[in-house]
Design a binder for this molecule. Sequence first.
Ligand code: IPD
Ligand code: CA
Length: 271
Amino acid sequence: MASQSALINVMQKASIAASRGLLRDFGEVENLQVSRKGPADFVSRADINAERTIRRELAKARPDWGFQMEEGGVIEGADKSAPVWVIDPLDGTTNFLHGIPHFAISIAVMETDSQGRRSITAGTVFDPVKNEFFFAERGQGAFLNGRRLRVSGRRHMADALFGTGIPFLGHGSDDDHATFLKQLGNVMAVSSGVRRNGAAALDLAWIAAGRIDGFWEKGLSLWDIAAGLLLVREAGGFVSDFASRDKALESGEVVAANPAIHGELMKILRR
Ligand code: IPD
Ligand code: CA
């Protein structure tokens, strides 16, 4: 078991505080399915409340830092060099709305160097239903509930299981939808299978944990992937955009996998 740093403790405390409300609201969603208005407004309120709780907890611990949040947008830190919290209070919103118990709270720390380059230096992904807390700090490895993580050792596409995100109505252009279908056809024909679990932060955390061997998705936002990309890297995985560049964070295009599979997955996606 690894001991957690003070910073990870702060992130965990904020995640747990927000998860209490989320779990309570998740229990209500089932009852709301039958109401005429539907649960969508309720879920968006749950999302906003979770973000407020996280923000309050983090600001208490690091008053000078900035924020970049899915719901609340950008809040500048005390100065330009201050680290920024990148927050997705509820990744897997559609699952939550449908009563599917697979969602997470994702928090990352983003720092900017003197050349203006941004990088993620700490990240946590908390799945409150399974009580799984994934965390990583740059150069310190990735962990799940204190146990060190390592990406899978599977080397062959035929044994590999992939995660992905399927574009949907209002998410991605017609061209993106067509490209995705081609990519899916290519990967499913040569692999052990493809899953669409519905929470990108957890897809990435699950690569770090060796549960799935690779993942691809386009059109993701910074808060979906900031913590997850660090988890994959710190567990020994590779991350790139669709053109093999180190630009996943900036472009929202992610190809992530264990090192043995990443190159092959890139080739297959491009066919
Ligand atoms: C979504 C999830 C989903 C991914 C979407 C994201 P949200 O985030 O991560 O898996 O396919 O692209 O927008 O809306 O549930 O926070
Ligand atoms: Ca998200």
